[in-house]
Design a protein around this ligand. Sequence first.
Ligand SMILES: [Zn+2]
Length: 70
Amino acid sequence: MKTCTVFGDMQSDSAAEQYPTVTLCNECVEQDALAEEDNQIVSQGAYDESFGDSCEWCGITSAEEEGAAQ
Ligand SMILES: [Zn+2]
């Protein structure tokens, strides 16, 4: 899991909605990196569980991701 800042709703007046901070799984982070110019991730950092324990995009939980990695 990673905690990432992504492109959000650019019509919004709120920076938090333009660049929301979300939890993403490693798989979605990798897929985004492969998308190159179409990528949605602005920046990524260490996983912070206070932003949630499931992937914003595919819904996998941190427990499921750990299980899948074994
Ligand atoms: Zn995911």
